[in-house]
Design a protein around this ligand. Structure first.
Ligand SMILES: [Fe+2]
Ligand SMILES: [Fe+2]
Length: 190
């Protein structure tokens, strides 16, 4: 499992719990991007059957998260917003090394870290929300994202040497902590 090196302050989740309608469009966009990221892996690594199957399942699950968030939004009279660049993900991706194998390993590990950060933050939101449908929704999203985090680590360990994966994961987690700690806390996932 992934141990993040920066802890998101609880106040971030409290602010979101008080303005969930502002947060939902950003959350929806994150789910849509997660689904297309999974399909991107399928397109990039068509010769790896285990990865392809896992990524198709993941794309479907993230798409169903997207559908659920959009449904919650529509029930509240909210609309999706134009696409925005995700500075956090872009900064993380700049740590991806060149070279076929390094590139592949880093993509898997960074995807796992993004899932881990998502699980951490959705979990904080679930805790901050009052009892009800929205809280249950965020509890279930948190469980899913924890599974996804594990999936990417397992895939990295399947295709690469365990010690090498551990070392690189640690380096990327250090980089992630530096990135996330410098970004402003917004009413958004990142
Ligand atoms: Fe998701
Ligand atoms: Fe996910």
């Amino acid at each position: 499992m992934i141990e993040l090196k920066f802890k998101t302050p609880a106040v971030w989740a409290e602010n979101i719990a008080n303005a969930i309608g502002v947060f939902l469009p950003d959350h929806a966009a994150a789910e849509r991007k997660a689904s297309s990221m999974a399909l991107g892996m399928v397109a990039h690594y068509p010769d790896k059957p285990e990865l392809v199957s896992a990524m198709i399942d993941l794309a479907l699950e993230e798409l169903s998260h997207f559908r659920s968030v959009v449904k919650l939004m529509h029930e509240r009279g909210l609309s999706l917003l134009p696409d925005e660049k995700d500075q956090y993900v872009n900064a993380l991706r700049r740590n991806i090394r060149n070279g076929k194998l390094h590139y592949f390993m880093d993509r898997l590990l960074i995807a796992g870290i993004v899932e881990a950060r998502g699980a951490e933050r959705f979990g904080l939101i679930a805790e901050a929300l009052p009892a009800g449908e929205m809280k249950r929704f965020y509890q279930s999203i948190t469980r899913s994202e924890l599974m996804h985090e594990g999936l990417f680590v397992q895939l990295a360990e399947k295709y690469f040497d365990l010690a090498e994966v551990r070392t690189r994961l640690d380096e990327l987690l250090t980089a992630e902590a530096a990135i996330v700690s410098e970004l402003p806390l917004r009413l958004a996932l990142h």
